[in-house]
Design a protein around this ligand. Structure first.
Ligand code: SAH
Length: 389
């Protein structure tokens, strides 16, 4: 079997599962891109099995500490384990991330379930080459009505793959309605942003909505109105929402209608919309900020932080005394410390004292692996502004 010898001091000796080009001492047996390789340490001791792609920055991703083939049986075992874990979670099973890449021992594989339909992403070359085995295992274990691939994520280009989407098995599902946590959502698994919804935020919609009763709420970066609708349902006095994507706002309005909830959606750039509300001297009791990841890499962090700080500063100025800011970041590069410092910086400029009253993370169907910091990417917190302090 072809393999890779890893240099001393590489991340894999500290529990990580990735091997970068600079950490490779030797490649032997002439593996092809997408092959399974055996990993060895610099003293020729086995480290397990990994998937190989010399065209990616991450040349090897270990998926097992043993010698292991990537076949339908293996996929079945990993899937069953992923499902077992999710059965222990108190989450609405209607919409669930069933498989989340390294966190479920399948690097590059993401599987979301919306009702009876599965949405698959294969973001690493090796997994993409084995899509048939994966589909076979998914049919056996999950018995879905359809399996769709949403391989249109730009992450695929890092592995030298094309962007594609389409039906892998079953009939093409047309957009449908799904009730999740008591709210009816429109799901379009083929055309929606992401695979349909931001599953990672569903639990946070509920947590933030619990503070919304009787409040004037502003949901910024609203997408399909997840926070806005949950807040209105929880008894908010008035809810406004801002989102730049017209198609997302159309879906959000349709969601509001089918739930009989009144929300004022505006298609706008959040930076402009916040500035405009400031000039109109608008005020709110609860503001949600859930921006997209302003950076995909470390190099863009400084610019991203300027953007984050600007929207936080503006939101803080719009808050009534005692008002609450619930804010999120979905960039792995913005870690807890950086996030908190950015918020503190905005609070200083806004001349506000903020008390942190809650912290949030990605929903539990996106589990974090202790030795893989990249698996933790969504952070959030709620801050109360201290009036008359
Ligand atoms: N809050 C949503 C998820 C938001 S994801 C939920 O919980 O489901 C981030 C959203 O911000 C995306 O829908 C994206 O279209 C939108 N967006 C990106 N840039 C924006 C901008 N400058 N102004 C307003 N919305 C923006």
């Amino acid at each position: 079997m072809a393999g890779v010898v890893v240099k001393p001091r590489a991340r894999i000796y500290h529990g990580h599962e990735w091997v970068y080009a600079s950490e490779i001492k030797k490649v032997f047996g002439d593996p092809s891109p997408g092959d399974v390789v055996s990993l060895k340490d610099f003293k020729d001791r086995p480290l397990g099995s990994g998937i190989y792609n010399p065209h990616s920055q991450i040349v090897v991703r270990r998926f097992s500490r043993q010698r292991q083939a990537l076949d339908a049986d293996f996929f079945r075992r990993r899937l069953e384990r992923a499902l077992d874990y999710r059965q222990t979670l108190a989450l609405d099973p209607a919409a669930l991330r069933l498989v989340w890449s390294e966190s479920d021992g399948l690097p590059g594989v993401i599987v979301d379930r919306y009702g009876d339909h599965l949405v698959v992403q294969t973001l690493t070359l090796a997994m993409d080459q084995r899509k048939d085995a994966l589909v076979e295992a998914l049919r056996d274990v999950c018995e879905p009505k359809s399996i769709v691939e949403r391989n249109d994520s730009p992450i695929r280009t890092a592995e030298g793959m094309e962007l594609v989407k389409g039906v892998l098995w079953g009939d093409q599902p047309s957009p449908f309605t799904l009730e999740i946590d008591g709210l009816r959502h429109q799901i379009d698994v083929l055309e929606g942003q992401k695979t349909g919804l931001y599953l990672d935020q569903l639990a946070n919609h509920q947590a933030v909505a619990a503070m919304a009763k009787g409040k004037r709420v502003l949901d910024v970066f609203s997408h399909h109105g997840g926070f806005a609708l949950a807040a209105k349902k929880a008894g908010a006095a008035r809810v406004e929402a801002i989102e730049i994507s017209e198609s997302a706002v159309a879906a959000a309005c349709a969601n509001a209608d089918r739930n009989g909830l009144e929300v004022e959606f505006t298609v706008a750039n959040a930076f402009d919309a916040l500035r405009q509300r400031e000039s109109e001297k608008a005020t709110y009791d609860l503001i949600v900020l859930d921006p997209p990841s302003f950076t995909r890499n470390k190099g863009g962090l400084a610019g991203a932080l300027r953007g984050y700080k600007e929207i936080h500063l503006r939101a803080m100025k719009l808050l009534e005394k005692g008002g609450v800011l619930a804010t999120f970041t979905c960039s792995h590069h913005v870690d807890g410390k950086v996030f908190q410092e950015m918020i503190a910086g905005a609070a200083v400029d806004a001349k506000k004292t903020l008390r942190r009253i809650a912290t949030y993370s990605q929903r539990a169907d996106h589990p974090v692996i202790a030795t893989l910091p990249e698996t933790e990417y969504l952070r959030g917190a709620a801050y109360e502004t201290m009036g008359g302090w």
